[in-house]
Design a protein around this ligand. Structure first.
Ligand code: NDP
Ligand code: HSE
Length: 433
């Protein structure tokens, strides 16, 4: 029996997927035990140049023809965005097709509806490529760590942001220059603000948190800060202090609820995630039985992401051939067993901090700032003061010992009201290894 696949979208990920299916066709057949063929590929504009050579006969501008085709058993959605992606996935399910998608946005927004519809219809949804590009984090959480209680997961999950931060750190590129490079390489979302404002990372973290903890979580539950406000000056100070700057996605079990947050953070140069550079992603997972594990690889781009999509297609093709659907629950837990676990409010999170104050260069300024920090029980670990940054203004950089987020917000609000403070204070959290 031949397993036929229909694909919607032939951009960065679609072209990588098709390339792998074409070039490794005989290898895949040996692994699957049956031919796996692409029958149709839907695009908007068939006249556009593609990053893979595709016979014209495979291209269509009518996705409906894929849903109608009884020979196609697996539909692969690679267009991105919320609509019409959601509708296409629902139509594929309704037509009894298994679905593969790389679309974390649609899953984070409409996952409950899509997974329920798939269960009802008895078809599978697979989404390895939606998180971590080519890194098999979804399968690891669903299958390899099925016996573990997950204590924490700390990830570098957005290739675009990691690329930008690496280029700003290593080459002193501006944020805009580094973003343009990431867009050119095809890592960024169609709307790159999803990347740089941390939303894409939050979409991924929502999925990871459900997979790790069996909890339903909406995007509004996640504390999100992007990398737009990071200045080269802070990256340079951080380096001087022995830290690198990363956008982290964190979910962590604590006594007072789950911490679920996305924000830039400083990590020590010898932290296990510090050497994750450019478009690479990494996932540092702590399980109660396995201990610590680290997954690392390219988190975006044509071929790595295509690799993850093809692994899902092969998985589902195996189900088609054996007739075994819904064997592994798509969200790792049975849908009926998903709960809503209590979340720890961001105000209660405890962390070390990096502050950069901009203040007038006058005696007594430092003691005023230190006084307010002391009143809020924030104790200082390190202070450095450098030359003037603008007329009459000096940067004062401090690292703190552990403090509570609420106390930090209170203290910074008071400090920023001081007449000697010339610009809002920059804050970065320090994540321990
Ligand atoms: P692209 O913008 O490169 O490609 C999108 C493709 O979808 C294009 O071929 C486009 O057709 C087609 N398309 C859009 N709308 C329609 C429609 N209504 N009907 C038919 N075809 C349509 O996106 P990417 O490949 O970068 O991303 C695809 C998905 O993969 C997204 O969900 C993204 O988040 C995810 N992803 C992307 C990664 C990456 O590195 N780029 C990594 C991991 C996940 P046409 O070419 O004719 O305009
Ligand atoms: N825009 C995403 C990123 C693509 O840069 O990580 C991979 O999900």
């Amino acid at each position: 029996m031949t397993v036929y696949v229909g694909i919607i979208g032939l951009g960065t990920v679609g072209s990588g997927t098709v390339k792998i299916l074409f070039e490794n066709q005989s290898l895949i057949k040996k692994r699957l035990g049956a031919p796996l063929l692409v029958k149709k590929i839907a695009v908007r504009d068939p006249s556009l140049p593609r990053r893979v050579e595709v016979p014209d006969t495979l291209l269509t501008t009518d996705p409906e023809s894929i849903f109608r085709d009884p020979e196609i058993k697996i539909v692969v959605e690679l267009i991105g965005g919320l609509e019409p992606a959601r509708t296409f996935i629902l139509k594929a399910i309704e037509a009894g097709k298994h679905v593969v998608t790389a679309n974390k946005a649609v899953l984070a927004e409409y996952g409950a509806e899509l997974f329920a519809a798939a269960k009802e219809k008895g078809v599978d949804i697979a989404f390895e490529a939606a998180v971590g590009g080519g890194v098999p984090i979804i399968k690891t959480l669903k299958e390899s760590l099925a016996g573990n209680r997950i204590k924490s997961l700390t990830g570098i999950v957005n290739g675009t942001c990691n690329y930008i931060l690496t280029r700003m750190t290593d080459e002193g590129l501006s944020f805009e220059e580094a973003l343009a490079e990431a867009q050119e390489a095809g890592f960024a979302e169609a709307d790159p603000s999803l990347d740089v404002d941390g939303i894409d990372a939050a979409h991924k973290l929502a999925l990871l948190t459900t997979l790790a903890y069996g909890t339903e979580i909406s995007l509004e539950d996640i504390y999100v800060e992007g990398i737009r406000e990071i200045e080269p000056l802070d990256i340079a100070f951080a380096r001087e202090l022995g830290f690198v700057t990363k956008l982290l996605a964190i979910c962590k079990e604590t006594e007072n609820g789950l911490e679920v947050r996305v924000h830039p953070a400083l990590i020590a140069e010898d932290h296990v995630l510090a050497s994750v550079r450019m478009a690479y992603n990494a996932f540092y997972v702590r399980g109660d039985a396995v201990g610590d594990i680290l997954l690392y690889g390219l988190g975006a781009g044509q071929m790595p992401t295509g690799s993850a999509v093809v692994s899902d297609i092969v998985d589902l093709a195996r189900n088609v051939l054996s007739g075994a659907t819904l064997r592994v629950p798509p969200l790792s837990f049975q849908l009926a067993d998903l709960q809503r676990l209590p979340l720890k409010p961001m105000n209660e999170v405890v962390s070390r901090y990096y502050f950069r104050f901009s203040a007038v260069d006058r005696p007594g300024v430092l003691s005023k700032i230190a006084g307010i920090l002391g009143e809020n029980e924030i104790s200082i670990a390190t202070v450095i003061q450098k030359g003037r940054e603008a007329k009459g203004s000096v940067p004062i950089v401090m690292l703190t010992h552990e403090a509570r987020e609420a106390a930090v917000s209170r203290a910074l609000a008071a400090i920023d009201r001081l007449e000697v403070v010339t610009a809002p204070t920059k804050l970065l959290r320090i994540e321990e290894g």
